[in-house]
Design a protein around this ligand. Structure first.
Ligand code: NAD
Length: 312
């Protein structure tokens, strides 16, 4: 492999445009080209980031070592599978796929082909999350809220796969296990799919996570709060701020750690992918991580669907 990682971006809509921008900027990467089924869009993005618009995926595959796949979720499996079958490393946006079987199949295929597979769970790279990472040991009670105003983008899936999955990934990451019990409620309001949902996850050590996601909110809110022995930690993903309170003797002391505001999560995330490939290391968010988050998200969806049958 050349010293620089030769990368192509497939799907250069809203987020793919940003992927192309960042690969154009990363020193260790070379943005070889982009492909989008919308030719005009492809050419616009290629011109903006001084690269080539390829006429089809296969010709792009011939010139690169890795692909960043930023197509709508419904096309993740089809495109991702082709990329791995061509022996290329893959960065795949979240949610990994639509079904557990598809996700398992990509994980197995990547292993068989010996390529890296990283999933776009970007909150892991949020500077607010990074600022308190070392402090989070074994939270017993977690509460998260992710509320966003309505946006037609992303509505090919429901709010669980669109938004809640970000928090599910972090919760599984912090607890290191999947829940033993999942109870959830949710309803469609503006789209035909569930737009607002709440899930309660119970883990085998008695840990509880209460997770709320909405894409029909007036205000934006993205927070996660965690309680663990002698400590309360609150992370505001949106404003990238953190506070935590620690008990010392009879006193509770507040802390407001510095958050490196200048860090851009998407840049950190894509740099970590380039570095994992070039140094032959495990990506920080693996295909298995993507699969676990998806598996729990689908359990949330199933429980919502079960209750919705009784919903008039
Ligand atoms: P978008 O609709 O703006 O862009 C998707 C692009 O893919 C479009 O330009 C479309 O023409 C193109 N496309 C569709 N099918 C294709 C195919 N088979 N081959 C090539 N190009 C194809 O969507 P978006 O908001 O950029 O979202 C894309 C993906 O990124 C989704 O999976 C979404 O969940 C994910 N996403 C992740 C985050 C995050 O925080 N990590 C944020 C937004 C979106």
């Amino acid at each position: 492999m050349s010293r620089k990682l030769r990368v192509g971006v497939i799907g250069v809509g809203h987020l793919g445009f940003q992927h192309a921008r960042i690969f154009h900027q990363i020193e260790e990467a070379e943005l070889v080209g982009v492909f989008d089924i919308n030719r005009e869009r492809s050419e616009f993005v290629a011109k903006r980031w001084k690269t080539r618009a390829y006429p089809d995926m296969e010709s792009l595959f011939k010139d690169v070592d890795a692909i960043s796949c930023v197509v709508p979720t419904s096309a993740h499996f089809e495109v991702g599978k082709k990329v791995i079958e061509h022996g290329l490393h893959l960065f795949l946006e979240k949610p990994m796929t639509e079904t557990v079987e598809q996700a398992e199949s990509l994980v197995n295929l990547a292993k068989e082909k010996g390529v890296k597979l990283q999933i776009g769970h970007i909150e892991r790279f949020n500077p607010a999350v990074l600022a308190v990472h070392e402090l989070i040991k074994s939270p017993k009670f977690i509460e998260s809220h992710r509320l966003a105003p309505f946006n037609p983008r992303g509505t090919d899936v429901d709010v669980v796969l669109d938004l809640m999955i970000h928090d599910l990934d972090l919760i599984l990451y912090y607890l290191g296990k999947e829940p033993v019990r999942v109870e959830a409620v949710g309803v469609p309001v503006i789209t035909k799919k569930v737009d607002i949902a709440n899930a309660r996850l119970e883990f085998d050590g008695g840990e509880i996570a209460n997770v709320t996601a909405s894409r029909i909110s007036i205000e934006k809110l993205r927070k996660i709060r965690m309680f663990q022995k002698d400590m309360y930690i609150s992370i505001d993903y949106l404003h990238r701020s953190v506070e935590f309170y620690r008990k010392f003797g009879d006193e509770i002391i507040p802390y407001f750690p510095d958050v490196k505001q200048e860090l851009e999560p998407l840049k950190l995330e894509l740099e970590s992918f380039v570095s994992a490939v070039l140094n032959d290391e495990e990506p920080p968010v693996t295909g298995m991580d993507g699969l676990r988050a998806l598996r729990v998200a689908l359990r949330v969806k199933e429980d919502i669907a079960r209750r919705m049958k009784n919903f008039v």
